[in-house]
Design a protein around this ligand. Structure first.
Ligand SMILES: Cc1cc2nc3c(=O)[nH]c(=O)nc-3n(C[C@H](O)[C@H](O)[C@H](O)COP(=O)(O)O)c2cc1C
Length: 189
């Protein structure tokens, strides 16, 4: 196996990418707000119950809404949604309603949050706790419902074909996912 020639580049890096998500929250006046947040991970609780772990830096409406309202939707961004994500991410709710692009919104089935009709995979979450680290807040969000594109039909959490979800991957630049490579165990037989 080839030894990679690496160099130390300091600590100011956060490249730990996941599919990109748009977070949906309720404003104080009960209108909807959406913003992309890509610092999203997951952790377990008991059995097959999971929480999303979502981090937000600075001051933004999405963060204020999550702290106040204690619920949010987490909408996976497929490649066809990239213009919408780019729009939501380059506009701040404090500068006015984000109505410069057309998009359709429904309500969650288990949690009363706005969800994006275009997304192929949506988590409906409550916010159980928020932990502050400097200018960032990290939200621990029990998943109360998952909505999945009916054409996918995964059997369990290890059976999701990411090439079909076609997510946008973001790490300062936008990428799409590469090829399907195989399953756990395929490479160590
Ligand atoms: C692709 C993308 C990913 C982003 N990821 C994050 C993130 O993980 N955490 C965060 O706090 N802000 C993130 N942002 C910034 C917010 O989306 C941005 O500040 C947005 O305008 C906030 O809108 P709001 O004020 O309506 O909440 C991201 C922006 C883009 C375009």
């Amino acid at each position: 196996m080839e030894k990679k020639v690496r160099k130390s580049i300091g600590t100011g890096w956060s490249m730990a990418v996941q599919p990109a998500f748009i977070i949906g929250t309720c404003n104080e006046d009960e209108t909807d707000n959406f913003a992309p947040i890509t610092w999203v991970s997951a952790t377990g609780t008991d059995g097959d119950h999971y929480m999303l772990v979502i981090s937000m830096f600075g001051t933004k409406r999405t963060k204020l809404n999550a702290l106040r309202d204690r619920k949010l939707s987490v909408n996976l961004v497929s490649r066809d949604m990239l213009p919408l994500m780019d729009y939501f991410g380059t506009h701040r709710a404090e500068n006015g309603k984000k109505d410069g692009m057309a998009y359709a919104v429904s309500r969650g089935e288990k949690v009363d949050v706005p969800v994006l009709d275009e997304s192929p995979w949506v988590y409906e979450c409550e916010v159980e706790k928020a932990v502050g680290t400097g200018a960032s807040s990290t939200f621990f969000c029990p998943i109360r419902n998952v909505q999945c594109d009916a054409r996918l039909n995964p059997e369990n959490t290890f059976d999701v074909d990411l090439t079909k979800l076609d997510p946008v991957i973001y790490s300062g630049k936008y990428h799409s996912i590469g090829a399907y490579l195989g399953e756990i165990g395929d490479f160590s037989k």
